[in-house]
Design a protein around this ligand. Structure first.
Ligand SMILES: *Cc1c(COP(=O)(O)O)cnc(C)c1O
Length: 382
């Protein structure tokens, strides 16, 4: 059926009709008073979402651009950085650092397992000369469905006293608690096509006062992603370059929706969706990829043993027009991922699980009671 596509991938995520309609308006001049007023409201909403008084800067970029900006504005070539690597995105931040000739030290964990905070503690406490300038952590590693223990890792960074903490919060912000000020997170990057419920195109970076101190000495080359001009403009509810005006309209709408729902309710909804997805998948006899005590509320990774992950995914797409995500890099063909962040409700999870059940039965995986997946999920949903 036409126009019945359902996005259940961890970005881009579905966009509420109100936000789409807002984007259908004529753009207005980005130097107009009218636009400044919108920017002012959007900035206040972003600070609310980040639970911070810090600057939250808006870039026309994807999440990677936001993260790159967050790294290069506060560091210099040769600086030692500790990068937690346990999936595709966290590996990417090590690559960005290498591209700018930073001195990269990785703390790794197997893909599908969480980073060990004690490994950070060990390395940071041995750094008596304070050579480590930054610790870079991907909070929710979307490629594997693992939620890293940012709170504990960050505590060790604070004990170090010098290193900045830089966080990829692309699929954690707006899904799970990321209290930027309470935890003292220096740089937090995110992107519009995830928890923000709007289309791809905007990147966000929050910057602490400590990071701005480091900015004064930082020597990495930068121009478009130089956050200094963004900060100066933001103080005047403006932008150094032409922003995607229509995406900002949409953002204003979804920030209002988020404020009406409330942070606690948003986090609780993501926990519920994640718990229902996991219960449903397990009841169908499909193994979960990430351990259940560190699973990301944004996405559930499934590693089928007796059916091909790609066969399930393509059948669900063909018969039900529901998009699931595949595995990336070495996980290609080994896992599929259900995205459940942003504009996703209980109904979406039930529909997706029943589509997966139908596909499994059609593929001859019938070692479970038909309906067991949906029944298990329904039990979790109040
Ligand atoms: C989506 C995502 C990104 C950003 O990817 P872009 O394609 O650059 O928007 C970064 N980190 C994580 C964990 C993500 O899920």
């Amino acid at each position: 059926m036409e126009d019945k596509h359902m996005l259940m991938i961890p970005g881009p995520t579905p966009v509420p009709e109100k936000a789409l309609l807002a984007m259908g308006k004529h753009p207005i001049g980005h130097r107009s008073g009218e636009f400044s007023e919108i920017m002012g409201k959007v900035t206040a909403g972003l600070k609310w979402l980040h639970q911070t008084q810090n600057d939250v800067l808006v870039l026309t970029a994807s999440g990677t651009g936001a993260m790159e900006a967050g790294i290069i504005n506060f560091l210099s070539p040769g600086d030692r950085v500790l990068v937690g690597c346990n999936g595709k995105f966290s590996e990417r931040w090590a690559e960005v650092c290498q591209a700018y000739n930073l001195n990269v030290e990785k703390i790794t964990a197997e893909w599908g397992k969480p980073l060990d905070p004690e490994a950070f503690q060990k390395r940071l406490s041995s750094d008596t000369n304070k050579e480590i300038k930054a610790v870079i952590v991907t909070h929710s590693e979307t490629s594997t469905g693992v939620l890293n223990d940012l709170e504990t890792i960050n505590r060790y960074v604070k004990q170090h006293g010098q290193a900045l903490i830089m966080v990829d919060a692309v699929t954690s912000l707006g899904c799970v608690n990321v209290p930027v000020d309470e935890w003292g997170l220096d740089v937090v990057a995110s992107g519009s096509q995830k928890g923000y419920m709007i289309p791809p195109g905007l990147g966000f970076v929050s910057v602490s006062d400590r990071a701005w101190e480091a900015y004064k000495q930082a020597q990495c080359p930068r121009f478009y992603l130089d956050l200094g001009p963004y900060s100066k403009s933001a103080a005047k509810n403006s932008n150094p370059f032409t922003p995607p005006v229509n995406l900002i309209y949409a953002l204003q709408v979804t920030l209002n929706m988020m404020q009406a729902e409330g942070l606690e309710n948003i986090f609780a909804r993501h926990q519920r969706l994640s718990a229902a997805a996991r219960a449903g998948v397990e009841a169908m006899g499909l193994p979960l990829f990430a351990p259940s005590d560190c699973t990301s509320p944004a996405t559930t990774a499934v590693a089928p043993a007796t059916v091909e992950a790609e066969q399930i995914r393509s059948l669900v797409k063909k018969r039900f027009d529901i998009a699931l995500a595949g595995g990336q890099n070495q996980l290609k063909g080994k896992i599929f991922r259900i995205g459940h962040l942003g504009f996703i409700s209980d109904r979406d999870i039930l529909a997706t699980l029943s589509a997966i059940e139908s596909a499994l039965l059609a593929l001859g995986h019938d070692s479970f009671q038909p309906g067991a997946g949906v029944a298990a999920a329904a039990k979790v949903l109040p």
